[in-house]
Structure formats: structure tokens, C-alpha cells
Write a new protein. Sequence first.
Length: 214
Amino acid sequence: MYHIAMPDCQIFQPSLALDIGGANLKVCYCDSHGQLHAFSQRFAMCDAFDDLIDTLKKIVKQCDPTPACWLVTMTGELSDCFIDRKQGVKRILNAVQLAAGDVPIHVWSTAGRFVTVTSALGQYTDVASANWHVLGAWVGLSYPQQRVLLLDTGSTTTDLIPVLQSKVSAHGLTDALRLEFGELLYLGGSMTPLMAIGLADQQRLIINEWFANM
């Protein structure tokens, strides 16, 4: 049986879950009564990274009571404002630390558990773009002993995640390998340029313009 290794803060405690993307911040927090609240907020990482700390602090102010811990995943490290993925993970997690203050932070790893920020920085490839993995792990817990194919279409990509008997069973754990195995498609629900799709009717050509998207 595959289990999500929970951090010290249990799910019934006031907690804040964040998926820090390149275009949106997805937020879910648990209040003291165990009630879940979720919302998505537009945030263009490449244009507004300097505002990330203040934005996270404003999100915390919406939580009642103040979260006892933060649970974090990310894909925003892929944004053009970072030199590479390693720098992106480091700068995002540094911003999270500054926003969280003394509140414990736990980052999801493709090893199938939450890790500390220090561990995440030391093994950045395991936490970079790992939100698909934690989603698959959650589905595995929800549908134990079943064979499931989870499809998740976001603004830029589509994940195809096999979940077998509660366990994420993807062949690849990095984006590069998932692309190679056909488990990640760079086709999204909003930001994919139409020119990337093409048309069967060659008499109707599409100009190569990035702003004409899905």
C-alpha cells in the first residue's frame, strides 16, 4: 500500500497548501474545524516575482485561523525570470520562507513524501514541478486497489498519470522523462499557441503568433 507521508502538522490542524505556478497561485487551507477552503489567484511569475512575498502574506491574511504549517508544490520555477530550474526553486522557496516566518514549511517530493526546505534545496529536481505527483498520490488514496489514469489539463500542459493500486506508477519523474514516455504533453487549456496544433487542411494556414492561443 502506498501512503502519503504527512509532516508533523496533521491535516486537521489549520494548514495552508500552495501550488505556486507560473501563471496562477492555487490555494487550499484548512480551518480549525477541519473545513477546507480553496481558490485560485492569477499571478504572472515572470512579471511579478518581486511581489510574491507580499502576495503570499495577503493570502495568509485570508486564512482563519492563521495556518499552523505550509504545504508547498510548485511549477513556477520554469518561468523566464529564472536562469534555470535550480535557481527558480531556490528563489521561490526563499520567498515562501520569508512570507511564512516561523511557520513550518513542507515541500512535496516525487519520492512520495513531504520534505523540509533544506532538503528540497539540496534535491531540487525532486520538488521542481512535483504538483502532478502529489495529485496522483491523492487519487491513489481515494481509489485504492484500482487502476486509474489521471488526466490533468492546465494552462500550458497536460499530465497523464497512471495510478496503480494506490501508487503513482509513472515511468518518468522529471518533465524531460515524462515527455519522453508520453506522460506529459505540452498542450494546455489556454496558453498553447494555435500554431503548435496545426490544421489538417493546409489551405487554412495559421500564422506563427504566440498571442493566438487556445
